[in-house]
Design a protein. Structure first.
Lengths: 292, 265
């Protein structure tokens, strides 16, 4: 945290350094804030233009909560048209796919991590290599390879294939987040549970799962975010039955020309929710750190 | 060896996942190879590759995509390294908040962010093209560069820097001989995490240039989106070429540093 100020034996030299340090600090802070400005400019644009009712982003037609009303009611009262119902379906499917895929990935990945941990070196390496493939592969290759698989097996693409595809690229991250918990765990406590008369199932539920829980939770959350953010894999595995997630909906929308204006308030709400959650988490960890 | 006696039977717990990996990771990749070397009737052929190497446009697109991806990676490195360095070493009051601020944009759907960038360019009437593409790619992937570097720099043993100063090194020497070598694992994973998605992207370039610039990813996507069965085989051949590029790139990477260790969450 604290930068070391390298005091030289000569006092004057020390002062000169301190002055330099100040200048450097201001310069480096400015640099960081400039980068952040660059990163946030497009997001700010979305947030600002969620408060006006123009069809296109960048055209300010006066402050209004109109788009928020439209989004919540699903109906534009002024122009008397419904908000694209596909937007809500996309939102629903995004959530559905994310929750199911993350749950499956967490269960599969946790079991796998326990298994891998108990394997001999050779088998462990082989699985860890296979486990890293979906993480290294760009989404387009994962998507196309699965597309070919479903075509090859004659499985029609739809919700199930999208969920399977999401489990494919989420599970490796669960394995990786559960693994460190296993290595840190004292292996004797599982044995102790068995010695004290627990069945393996009880030992799993009452000893292993509580120990691995933090890793499982972070794997689950990571899976959720990966799934929600995914575009490439979904694009190739969703088929053409009208199934869309938010990503593919936005892509289709943008290619048609106009972006559905209601996306602006939707993403403003999502962004602010995440911001608030992160701030709360940050405050809590700070408090926790201070207590210790 | 005691571990194995206790847990012996639980080795089998990985089997469902192994089966899953074989079916949904290895078999699909194998299918790419199979499709790439066959024609729609299923006969063995190399004409998909011949078709690629004979189409000047396709080869040009391939080389162009590699160049764009490399350029993006270099720009991200040049912009991201100082940021990571400042965050990891200077006395920021709130380094946690600062690092959080750098990941936060990634929670907004990248397509939407890209579209907002397009609007930003339109507002200032900057023409969409190569410049816009590079800006958008760097913008989308900069956090992937900053994070791994920030993480390795933060874990670095600071007393080594002190020792270098004590032994008479100046600032430049300390940086080039101590800090930079120690941060290479982070740089490697940063490079991979930026290069891989940029070399394979198709949506970003389509949105940022209004389809004026075609990247290799779009070429693959079109082979699967449009056209009949014949194009699938051609697309598979293109995918295989991409797969080889990815394989070569990851070979250079630090194998110990996984994306999650690199601090994405």
């Amino acid at each position: 945290m604290n930068n070391q100020i390298y005091l030289t034996p000569v006092q004057i030299e020390a002062r000169r350094r301190q002055r330099n340090l100040m200048v450097r600090r201001i310069a480096s802070q400015t640099y960081l804030w400039l980068l952040l400005l660059l990163l946030y400019a497009p997001i700010l644009l979305i947030v600002i233009f969620s408060f006006t009712k123009s069809k296109v982003l960048g055209n300010w037609t006066g402050f209004t909560f109109g788009l928020y009303e439209n989004l919540l009611t699903g109906y534009d009262a002024t122009s008397q048209v419904r908000v694209d119902p596909n937007l809500y379906r996309a939102l629903l499917y995004t959530g559905l796919v994310a929750v199911i895929a993350a749950t499956c990935a967490t269960l599969l990945g946790t079991l796998a991590a326990i298994g891998i941990y108990n394997m001999r070196q050779k088998g462990r390496r082989a699985i860890q290599f296979m486990n890293s493939i979906p993480m290294i592969n760009p989404d387009i290759l994962t998507g196309i390879s699965l597309f070919l698989l479903f075509v090859f097996l004659g499985i029609s693409r739809g919700l199930t294939t999208v969920i399977i595809a999401h489990v494919v690229f989420c599970t490796p991250y669960v394995v990786l987040s559960v693994m460190p918990r296993l290595t840190k765990m004292n292996p004797n406590i599982y044995e102790a549970a068995l010695d004290l008369g627990a069945t393996p199932a009880q030992a799993l539920r009452k000893v292993l799962v509580p120990e691995l829980w933090p890793g499982m939770v972070s794997g689950f959350i990571l899976s959720l975010t990966l799934s929600i953010d995914d575009f490439g894999v979904t694009f190739f595995t969703k088929g053409s039955n009208g199934l869309e997630t938010l990503s593919t909906f936005i892509y289709a929308d943008a290619r048609k020309g106009g972006l559905t204006p209601e996306l602006r308030p939707l993403f403003t709400i999502i962004f602010i929710t995440i911001l608030v959650l992160l701030i709360i988490m940050n405050i809590r960890t700070n408090k926790h750190a201070k207590k210790q | 060896m005691k571990k194995f006696n206790i847990f012996g039977s639980r080795r089998t717990w990985a089997w469902p996942y192994v089966l899953f990996l074989v079916l949904f990771v290895l078999l699909p990749l194998l299918l790419i190879v199979v499709y790439a070397f066959t024609d729609p009737e299923g006969h063995l052929t190399i004409k998909n590759f011949v078709q690629f190497f004979r189409t000047t446009e396709a080869v040009n697109t391939f080389i162009y995509s590699l160049a764009i991806a490399m350029l993006t990676t270099i720009i991200c490195l040049l912009l991201g390294y100082p940021a990571a360095y400042i965050m990891a070493t200077s006395e920021l009051k709130t380094p946690a908040v600062m690092s959080m601020l750098f990941i936060l944009p990634m929670w907004i759907n990248f397509l939407l962010r890209t579209l907002a960038t397009v609007e930003l360019f339109n507002m200032f009437s900057i023409p969409l093209g190569e410049g816009a593409l590079l800006y958008g790619m760097c913008y989308d992937f900069l956090p992937f560069m900053i994070y791994p570097i920030y993480n390795t720099l933060q874990k670095m043993d600071k007393s080594l820097i002190e020792a270098a100063y004590d032994l008479g090194a100046n600032r430049l020497e300390v940086f080039t001989k101590v800090i930079l070598p120690l941060s290479t694992p982070g740089i490697y994973s940063g490079i991979i995490m930026v290069f891989m998605p940029t070399v394979s992207t198709f949506a970003i370039s389509e949105l940022l240039t209004h389809n004026k610039i075609t990247l290799f990813g779009s070429l693959i996507q079109r082979a699967f989106g449009e056209g009949g069965l014949q194009m699938w085989n051609y697309g598979a051949a293109l995918s295989l070429i991409m797969l080889i590029i990815i394989g070569i790139t990851s070979f250079f990477g630090d194998k110990e540093e996984s994306p999650s260790q690199a601090g994405l969450i």
